[in-house]
Design a protein around this ligand. Structure first.
Ligand code: 5GP
Length: 113
């Protein structure tokens, strides 16, 4: 069965898409924790970074290029931003599909909760 993010990729579920190319897509988080909160995901289904294979190295380099482009596009570079990926239950992963949270627009706290 298709998950939420696969449905967003296939346009079966509405999302505010801010970037897309052949390998990746970025959209606004439905429940933002900061003034700017985007999710960057690969179009290829990968559960989380623990299940990434070395065959995906090109895709991974690409995802970080997408993050850079998104940060420029959304005017986040000068002030800075945070990139987070949660893995499994203790990591706080609620959607079983690899995603990078790109969060900005305010000062981030450390340590995270
Ligand atoms: P996680 O908790 O797995 O690290 O992050 C999942 C994120 O997906 C959450 O921040 C949540 O708000 C977001 N999310 C869940 N369902 C949807 C949805 O249907 N649309 C969008 N745009 N974001 C979603």
């Amino acid at each position: 069965m298709k998950g939420i993010f696969e449905k967003i990729i296939d346009r079966e579920l509405e999302a505010d898409i801010v970037y897309e190319d052949g390998l990746a897509i970025a959209f606004k988080d439905i429940n933002p924790v900061a003034p700017k909160h985007f999710l960057v995901i690969p179009k290829k289904k990968i559960r989380n970074i623990q299940t990434v294979s070395s065959n995906d190295s090109h895709l991974f380099t690409h995802l970080f290029t997408v993050i850079q482009k998104l940060a420029i596009q959304e005017n986040m570079v000068e002030e800075g931003y945070r990139v987070i990926t949660n893995i499994g239950e203790y990591g706080g992963q609620t959607v079983d599909y690899l995603h990078f949270h790109i969060i900005g627009g305010r000062t981030m706290r450390w340590p995270p909760g």
